[in-house]
Each structure stands twice: as structure tokens, then as C-alpha cells.
Design a protein around this ligand. Structure first.
Ligand SMILES: NC(=O)c1ccc[n+]([C@@H]2O[C@H](COP(=O)([O-])OP(=O)(O)OC[C@H]3O[C@@H](n4cnc5c(N)ncnc54)[C@H](OP(=O)(O)O)[C@@H]3O)[C@@H](O)[C@H]2O)c1
Length: 183
């Protein structure tokens, strides 16, 4: 059985996941109850996967958080430049420089079953190679105008099937799609 891959990401209505400088201030949810609910859903997702694959630029943001959010979940950082992972107590981070399919083959051979894929460019490369099974996108009601895009131009179409949609009082609309839909 192939390793299952899923995306869980927040984007502005115009499709950006971060400002140009990488900042995420526009993601703050003002209602504490809604913030708790979204955090609980994120933690539930983390408990369902057995590894996380992220791009080098996402790692650079996450290391600035107050605490490492992934505990001892194995994290594979894709990069052509990074030679060694940062030393964060309790974390299990390693670096890889390869195509999405090669990494998934490696992880599958090591017994991993469910991977969470994170970072815009990283998600784009997995999508282009047909390596994403499921995507949950929380659309935040803001037009940033510019920033780091979730999607980019591709040379093929990918059909998706909507699984569910939930809307929140802040106006966030979270939708889950299954990719790799058979034609
Ligand atoms: N809104 C959200 O929910 C959310 C979620 C995650 C991240 N973010 C934000 O998004 C930004 C980062 O996203 P991003 O699109 O800029 O970049 P990214 O996908 O995090 O990282 C891109 C980098 O990953 C490396 N990479 C990706 N695929 C590779 C492969 N197959 N082989 C080798 N290296 C590979 C390359 O690193 P090298 O340049 O080192 O080769 C590439 O420059 C950050 O600001 C982060 O905070 C937002």
C-alpha cells in the first residue's frame, strides 16, 4: 500500500499562504473559542499522521515559533542547501534532497504510512508529481494581494472531489478535497 499524503494549510482568498517576507500575522484568529477549535483540529491531524514533510522555508518559519509544534513526530525537511537539521530538543528532524516520489518510496520502505506535506513550493512539487491524496485548505477571508502562493502554473489539470466544508464565525471556510480522483 502506498504511503498516504495529505495537506492541511491556511490560505488567503487570493491563494497566498504567507506574506512575501514569510509572515503569518494575517492568520491570527481573534475569537479564542474558534482559535482553540482550529488548534484542536490541527492537533488531531498531527495525531493521524506518522511523519511530516516540509520545505526548507517552512522550517525557517517554524523554528521561530515559541515552541516546536511537532513534538517527536519525524520531520523530513526538503532542501538543496541545508546540510544539517537544526538542533531542537525532543525533535526528530532530518534533511533530504530528492524528488517527492523518491522520498515517499524511502519512507514507505521504513514503514511510514501517512505523511503530512507542508510548504507552498513543496506542495506544488508533490502535486505536479501526482503525490498528494488529500488536501484541507482553510481559506481566510482576506485578499493579501501578494505573497507566497499555495498553487502555481502547472502543465496539467488535477481533478478534486470535495469531501466536506466547514465555515467558522470569523469567515474562515475549511474544505477538504480528495486528489488523485480517477477519471
Ligand atoms: N498558511 C499556512 O498554513 C502555512 C503553512 C506552511 C507554511 N507557511 C508559510 O509558507 C512559507 C514557506 O512556503 P514556501 O512556498 O515559501 O516554501 P517551502 O515549500 O516551505 O520551501 C521551499 C523550499 O523547500 C525546498 N524543497 C522543496 N521541494 C524540494 C525537493 N523536492 N527537493 C529539494 N528541495 C526541495 C527548497 O529549498 P532550498 O531552497 O533549500 O533548495 C525550496 O526552496 C513560510 O513563510 C511559512 O511560514 C504557511
Amino acid at each position: 500500500m502506498a504511503i498516504e499524503t495529505q495537506v492541511y494549510i491556511a490560505a488567503s482568498l487570493d491563494g497566498f499562504i504567507a506574506r512575501e517576507d514569510g509572515s503569518l500575522d494575517w492568520l491570527n484568529v481573534s475569537d479564542p473559542e474558534e482559535g482553540r477549535q482550529l488548534m484542536a483540529e490541527f492537533e488531531a491531524l498531527l495525531s493521524e499522521v506518522d511523519c511530516l514533510i516540509m520545505g526548507r522555508k517552512t522550517l525557517e518559519t517554524v523554528v521561530q515559533f515559541e515552541r516546536w509544534p511537532y513534538g517527536d513526530l519525524p520531520v523530513f525537511v526538503l532542501s538543496t542547501r541545508l546540510t544539517a537539521p537544526p538542533e531542537i530538543p525532543g525533535s526528530r528532524i532530518s534533511v533530504r534532497n530528492c524528488r517527492p516520489g523518491a522520498l515517499l518510496d524511502e519512507l514507505e520502505s521504513e514503514g511510514f504510512e501517512r505523511a503530512y506535506i507542508d510548504g507552498g513550493v513543496t506542495i506544488q512539487r508533490f502535486l505536479e508529481d501526482g503525490m498528494i491524496d488529500r488536501m484541507t485548505i482553510a481559506v481566510v477571508p482576506v485578499l493579501l494581494g501578494q505573497g507566497r502562493p499555495l498553487f502555481r502554473k502547472m502543465d496539467r489539470e488535477i481533478a478534486l472531489r470535495l469531501v466536506e466544508t466547514t465555515s467558522y464565525p470569523s469567515g474562515i471556510v475549511k474544505s477538504t478535497y480528495v486528489a488523485r480522483v480517477e477519471a
